[in-house]
Design a protein around this ligand. Structure first.
Ligand SMILES: Nc1ncnc2c1ncn2[C@@H]1O[C@H](COP(=O)(O)OP(=O)(O)O)[C@@H](O)[C@H]1O
Ligand SMILES: [Mg+2]
Length: 336
């Protein structure tokens, strides 16, 4: 007779329609009972429509039926809220004092870097006022789902993505929502999206230090914050406010990232500090957290983002950002 472990392993190979990740990582396998009479499998029906459920049940019967000495396979579904199934080890919120400093870009790079080291990664685009994550990843698929929840959309390299842009009828439809509506939408992204088992969930927060990022952080059990800034004076002032807010919320600051630090010109082999001298040390001291990276202005990166190909970006700064981040994380899981 097959063992429970064997049954779970076979089930783990089934890819859930819509998200295209396995039943196991989506945490949909609720119970497996192996007895003399056969195998009884209980799955969660969360975010699955009827045809997806039927397909999974048929597939489960086939793969488990192939195991040695299995006579009968029974597959049943139970309801569960996405929140009950989501198991996320680290939630990293990316924050900035204002828009346009590269917050979304850093959120994207962090996710790409972590995915490249083999971790299970998701991005929750909580910047409902300017959702740019799907564009950077070249995603415009509508999320699958049912009345019990939504599935994220999987990027090319296997990152789970959820954004309001994917749910709106038209991608460029502007969202002019007021604070309470935004926080309700973001709450749903956390509670009604089946993220499954993730090592890291990267949250692209709305810009600023006002109510909106605050409610987001009250809604989602964030592990820590990464603050993005540029070397401009004003930004430093705003970012200091962000740091105060994070401290007030009792959320640790994992580190700070200086974006647009310099432009490298290969012809003359020179770094040009377009926005003045870096503020890395000043910010590190203000935040009481390490400087995770100083990212250059990189035309190649801008181009890849515009094309929806951020996952193709490779550079030493990306590797060092990823390494510095995993080292600085408050939790031990997923560390190198
Ligand atoms: N280091 C960088 N090199 C090249 N382009 C960048 C860099 N940082 C940001 N950009 C570009 O600047 C624009 C704004 O960045 P974005 O991440 O959307 O900012 P934010 O989310 O803070 O509003 C985007 O078009 C992005 O591709
Ligand atoms: Mg943005």
């Amino acid at each position: 007779m097959a063992t429970e472990v064997q049954v779970r392993e076979s089930l783990g190979e089934i890819l859930v329609p819509g998200v295209k990740r396995s039943l196991a990582v989506m945490n949909l396998v609720r119970k497996v009972v192996v007895s003399d009479h056969g195998v009884d499998i209980t799955l969660a029906s969360t975010a699955l429509n009827e045809s997806a459920r039927d397909w999974i049940a048929a597939k489960a019967k086939t793969v488990v039926g192939k195991l040695t000495d299995v006579d009968g396979v029974d597959v049943g579904f139970v309801e569960a809220k996405p929140g009950e199934l989501n198991q996320v080890k680290n939630i990293i919120a990316i924050m900035s004092g204002k828009g346009g400093v590269g917050k979304s870009l850093v959120a994207g790079l962090v996710a790409v870097g972590l995915r490249r080291q083999g971790s299970e990664v998701g991005i929750l685009d909580a910047d409902i006022t300017g959702p740019s994550i799907p564009k950077m990843f070249g995603i415009n698929e509508r999320p699958a789902g049912s009345d019990t929840g939504f599935m994220p959309v999987l990027s090319r390299s296997g990152i789970e993505v959820m954004s309001i842009n994917l749910l709106l009828p038209q991608e460029d439809e502007s969202v002019l929502w007021r604070g309470p509506l935004i926080s309700r939408a973001v709450t749903q992204f956390w509670q009604e999206v089946l993220w499954g088992k993730l090592d890291y969930l990267v949250v692209d927060l709305p810009p600023g230090t006002a109510d909106v990022p605050l409610t987001v952080m009250q809604t989602i059990p964030v592990s820590g914050i990464v603050i993005v800034f540029t070397p401009q004076d004003l930004t430093t002032m705003i970012v200091k406010k962000a740091i105060r807010m994070a401290k007030k919320m009792g959320k640790p600051i994992i580190g700070v990232v200086e974006n647009m630090s310099y432009l490298y010109v290969p012809e003359i082999d020179k770094r040009i500090e377009l926005f003045g001298k870096g503020k890395g040390r000043e910010m590190t001291q203000a935040a009481g957290a390490p400087l995770l990276a100083q990212l250059p202005i990189d035309p190649e990166l801008a181009r890849l983002c515009d094309e929806g190909n951020i996952e193709r970006y490779d550079s030493d700064v990306l590797t060092s950002l990823r390494k510095a981040l995993t080292k600085a994380l408050p939790l031990t899981e997923g560390k190198e």
